[in-house]
Design a protein around this ligand. Sequence first.
Ligand SMILES: [Zn+2]
Ligand SMILES: [Zn+2]
Length: 141
Amino acid sequence: MSSQTVHAHAESPESGGRLTPARRMVLDILLAAPNAMTHLEVETAARARGLRADRVTLYRALDWLVVRGLAHRIEGSDRVWRFNAVAGEDHGHAHFHCLRCGRVFCLDLPQPAAAQGLPPGFHCESTELTLHGTCDACGAA
Ligand SMILES: [Zn+2]
Ligand SMILES: [Zn+2]
């Protein structure tokens, strides 16, 4: 599956900055999920909840949540974007990617101190740390 990249579509007048029903539902789905979700997983969950919006609307809702800082996006080693919402927290945390089941989890751990120990004149804008291994469910099996 190809990744959806950020696109510069114009926001339609009726959806501007508001939390529309589709955005609200996508946010609820992300908040309820135990791990980060792919576009397809979000779409499947939205369908199960009875949302009739089309795929483009859902994908735009995800992008909107990311732009607004309500959700964040992680690119897995499989080059598939996954999304998660962590309430009341910025996205400066590390992630864990399970090599067996493929799930990506947000870790309650900050990004490494390397970002704070930069030489003079260097300014870090973002870090992306993902640990790879087996999750609790897969390790116990
Ligand atoms: Zn796993
Ligand atoms: Zn995260």
